[in-house]
Design a protein around this ligand. Structure first.
Ligand code: NAP
Length: 310
């Protein structure tokens, strides 16, 4: 029997208990899934917010910690967590991110606000949006989420450039990488989508100088992490007209304080970190398959590289 500790809050337990038990059964993992295994008896930890474990030192038998969330920037700061850490790559979370990114991209591309908000009785039939082929999109971050969003936007006809740390060859996407590729990736992009993890290297990637490389009147869509953008530079870029609009799902402080300038800014859309959440049904299968594989000698999937920070 494999002892699996579910270390997350009450709400998560209510959502995940049944899907996890079903998934372990389907993956033929003889799992004893509980919230109160003794540290010394625990083989795996499923980790989420609101859980009881902050000191991982006593979990000497634990073979891996499986995170319920994709972003790991807070957890990797815990120096007691020395066990292998897997982040979440959930196909339903990916689908949700693709839908959110495509929706907000099309909103800006088609100029939907002018018609949704401007119902003033005036028949303006002389302005047509460009077609997607004339709207270059750049995605920073070509991982599980960035690559999937890039494929969906390519299907709609957008010319897509993707940027990552290491070189990539992804069909239908112009792939650039490293510091040397960033300026090219940003130059003349009309829509910029941020799907980088938050690390020491990626904080403030979009500073004033890099915002200035985008096409005049560019749109920014950030479902990655708030600190990827220098907030003051973004506000200056919006006020100068260099940036037409920013749709932001993530912030330096969450929940975004009620008196924050972003809420009232006419060219900023705030969404409350809802772009894509982990879905218990599919995430449970991902976890069960990862544990099942590891128990039969396969390497753990979606391992976090602590040196890189993601
Ligand atoms: P991932 O698979 O780890 O991909 C990360 C991508 O960023 C990779 O392509 C990586 O390059 C690139 N990257 C990392 N550091 C870089 C650097 N210094 N320079 C250039 N590229 C760099 O992550 P993911 O699953 O796609 O998720 C991305 C992020 O989305 C998460 O970390 C999280 O912050 C955010 N997220 C947000 C929500 C939401 O609801 N708003 C939901 C889920 C996730 P390599 O490919 O070369 O490694």
């Amino acid at each position: 029997m494999i002892n699996i500790l579910f270390a997350a809050g009450d709400d998560a337990w209510a959502q995940y208990k049944a899907p996890l038990r079903r998934a372990f059964e389907a993956a033929e993992v003889a799992a004893d899934l509980h919230r109160d295994h003794a540290a010394i008896d625990t083989d795996y930890i499923i980790l989420g917010p609101g859980g009881p474990v902050s000191d991982f030192t006593p979990y000497t038998r634990c073979k891996a910690v499986l995170n319920l969330w994709a972003g790991v920037e807070k957890i990797i700061k815990n120096e007691t967590l020395t066990q292998p850490l897997c982040r979440m790559v959930d196909p339903s979370l990916t689908d949700a991110m693709v839908e959110w990114v495509v929706g907000h991209t099309l909103r800006h591309h088609l100029g939907m606000d002018a018609h949704i908000r401007g119902q003033d009785g005036i028949w303006r039939d002389d302005m047509y949006p460009p077609i997607a082929a004339d709207r270059p999109v750049t995605i920073l971050g070509m991982g599980a989420l960035g690559a999937a969003c890039g494929q969906a936007l390519h299907q709609l006809g957008f010319p897509v450039t993707g940027w990552s740390r290491s070189p990539k060859n992804i069909p239908n996407i112009r792939c650039l990488h490293g510091d040397e590729g960033l300026n090219d990736a940003l130059s003349d992009a009309q829509i910029l989508i941020l799907l980088l993890p938050l690390t020491v290297q990626t904080e403030n990637t979009m500073n004033a100088a890099r915002l200035a490389l985008l096409a005049q009147g560019a749109f920014i869509i950030n479902p990655g992490r708030g600190p990827l953008i220098d907030d003051a530079a973004l506000l200056a870029g919006l006020d100068a007209g260099q940036i037409a609009h920013a749709t932001l799902d993530v912030f330096r402080v969450e929940p975004l304080p009620q008196d924050h300038a972003f809420w009232a800014h006419p060219q900023i859309t705030v969404t409350p970190h809802i772009a894509a959440t982990t879905r218990p049904g599919t995430a449970a299968q991902v976890i069960a398959q990862n544990i099942s594989g590891h128990e039969t000698g396969a390497p753990l999937q979606h391992l976090v590289d602590r040196g890189r920070g993601y």
